[in-house]
Every structure is written in structure tokens, then in C-alpha cells.
Write a protein of this length. Structure first.
Length: 315
């Protein structure tokens, strides 16, 4: 199992850009300032520290870009002093000496990153749990896999390195299984199917992901099954076979049925939602120490259930 396979979605700090003909001729700092979430001054600081490479070489902020050049932007690790334990309520579904299973609420960021330095799940874990694995460093202690900020549901946390390695291997080899419920726009014609593509950064918006037309990026496989059809929507169960950034949301868009409330990927929002109706409802894993197969389930959050009740005519 290659290290990169384990860390692509654990580390969202390395961002890649490819310069097209339209963008050629721009200064390096101007180009990055128009595409990243960082301020112009922060971009310049990263360039000066050698955190920005053009075709693998450090360049100055005023470097003029050429067509086809590849840019790598490496975010800095947040200092350990920024990781403060915070008494934030979290739903701990299960806990023992090796693992904890959390039912994450919508709106909570999993770990500190640029723009979200506190009030994250990691801040809460540092307060509520006595130990966390150290494999992912001081910024992501215990984090084996992630959920998007506005995706709710189950994720497993490693409390020591032994458990972390086992859980990573289970995810990489697909021994661990992750199931999601999503309400999507439109009515799916097939009862079940497989979406098999490659996912890469969107050429239009580097903050988002997209299905690659030339098989660049990384392989992504999602299974889906229709649970219930409504007049204009479908309740779907997704199973992840890979764990790419925004995978379900990108694949939903790819098949023409965006997740309801997912405004970033073109989903509708007729129910006054604060985020997408996507919930990690079931997690199956093998306990790292006992070898026992464990199944965890989390009910739909109230806002999700209320939309379904409305569609079903339940008052």
C-alpha cells in the first residue's frame, strides 16, 4: 500500500495547478491569488518560503508563467499552539482503548486548516478523548478519514498508532465499508449502478473537484442503490469503494443527479437547507485489536428526516 494512497484525502494542503494558454503571461503571485483561498500577502509569504514550485523549481513572486507549467502550492502546517482542546459537544457513538466512532454534525470541520483554526472536530476530540494517534501529526491527530464540513454522519477515530495503521489499511483495501444516504435532484431510472471515473481538480474552480475527461487525477468508484423515488427527487444509498475528495458529490453531478442542498456542485435548495443532504449512515470495520467485525449506524439528522417526511406527505 503506497503512502500517497493513504494520504491524499487526509492532507488537503498540497494543491496542484496547470497553466493554460489563457493564463500564461501572468505573474505567479497574481495567478495564485485569483485561484486559491489565501490572501495575496499569504501567497507571497508561501512563495518566499519555497512553498510554491513551478515545474518542481522555486520561483519568485513576479515569475511570468508559461503555458503547460505545473504549479505546486504547499500549505504550511498549523502550529501546535493553535490546537486547543475545546469543550464542544460531539456524539460519541462508541469508544474503547483503540478507537472511537463519532456521529459528526453538519457544519463541523473535521480538522484545522486555513480559515478554520478552531471549533473543529479535532479540537473537540482533544478535549473529550484521553489519547489520539500521532501518525497524521499535530494538526490531524487520530483522523483516519474525513467527511466534508456539511456532510453529517459516522467516521472512525484512532486513539493510538496501532489502531490507525490497521484502519488505514482497511480503508485502502476496502475491508472497511462506508455507506451514505443522499437525497438527489431528479428521478434515477436505474435501481442500482456503479459510477467509475477519475477525479481531479476542477479546471474552472480549483477549490472544487471534477470528473476528468482524460483519466487524469485518481480513480474513483461509487456504488449506488435507489431507496425511494419521489416526484422530483430520489433517496439514494451510496457505497464508497474509494475515498476521493468530494467523491459522492462529484459523482452525483456526473450522473445528472446533484445532491440536494449542494450549492457548490449545482444542487437545488428549495428546502432552506444549510448544506447538502448527505449523511454517512453506516460504517463497517474490523476492530484493530480483537478482529471483530463491527457495524455502526447513525439515524438521519432531523433536518434530513423532515425533508423526507415532507416529500412523503407525513405531517
Amino acid at each position: 500500500m503506497e503512502k500517497s494512497e493513504l494520504q491524499e484525502d487526509l492532507y488537503g494542503d498540497v494543491i496542484y495547478y496547470s497553466v493554460n494558454a489563457q493564463d500564461a503571461g501572468q505573474r505567479l503571485d497574481v495567478y495564485l491569488g485569483s485561484r486559491s483561498q489565501e490572501s495575496r500577502s499569504h501567497i507571497k509569504n508561501l512563495i518566499e518560503k519555497g512553498k510554491v514550485l513551478v515545474n518542481g523549481t522555486v520561483k519568485k513572486a513576479g515569475y511570468i508563467l508559461k503555458t503547460g507549467e505545473e504549479i505546486t502550492l504547499m500549505q504550511e502546517e498549523i502550529r501546535q499552539l493553535d490546537l486547543t482542546p475545546q469543550d464542544i459537544p460531539i456524539d460519541i457513538v462508541y469508544e474503547d482503548d483503540d478507537i472511537a466512532v463519532i456521529n459528526k454534525a453538519q457544519g463541523m470541520v473535521v480538522h484545522p486548516a486555513s480559515g478554520s483554526y478552531d471549533n473543529t472536530l479535532v479540537n473537540a476530540l482533544l478535549y473529550h478523548l484521553k489519547s489520539l494517534s500521532s501518525i497524521n501529526g499535530v494538526v490531524r491527530p487520530g483522523i483516519v478519514h474525513r467527511l466534508d464540513k456539511d456532510t453529517s454522519g459516522l467516521l472512525v477515530v484512532a486513539k493510538n498508532d496501532f489502531a490507525h495503521i490497521s484502519l488505514q489499511e482497511q480503508i485502502a483495501t476496502k475491508a472497511a465499508k462506508r455507506y451514505y444516504y443522499a437525497l438527489v435532484d431528479g428521478v434515477l431510472s436505474k435501481d442500482e449502478g456503479v459510477v467509475h471515473t477519475y477525479i481531479d481538480r476542477s479546471a474552472k474552480d480549483r477549490k472544487l473537484m471534477a470528473v476528468s475527461r482524460n483519466n487524469s487525477g485518481r480513480e474513483a468508484i461509487t456504488l449506488y442503490k435507489v431507496i425511494q423515488r419521489f416526484a422530483k427527487y430520489t433517496l439514494v444509498e451510496y457505497e464508497l469503494k474509494t475515498g476521493r475528495t468530494h467523491q459522492i458529490r462529484v459523482h452525483s453531478k456526473h450522473i445528472g443527479h446533484t445532491v440536494v442542498g449542494d450549492m457548490q456542485y449545482g444542487g437545488s435548495n428549495k428546502f432552506n437547507l444549510k448544506g447538502q443532504l448527505l449523511h454517512a449512515h453506516k460504517l463497517i470495520l474490523i476492530h484493530p485489536r480483537s478482529g471483530e467485525t463491527m457495524t455502526f449506524e447513525a439515524p438521519l439528522p432531523n433536518y434530513f428526516q423532515e425533508v423526507l417526511d415532507n416529500l412523503r406527505g407525513i405531517n
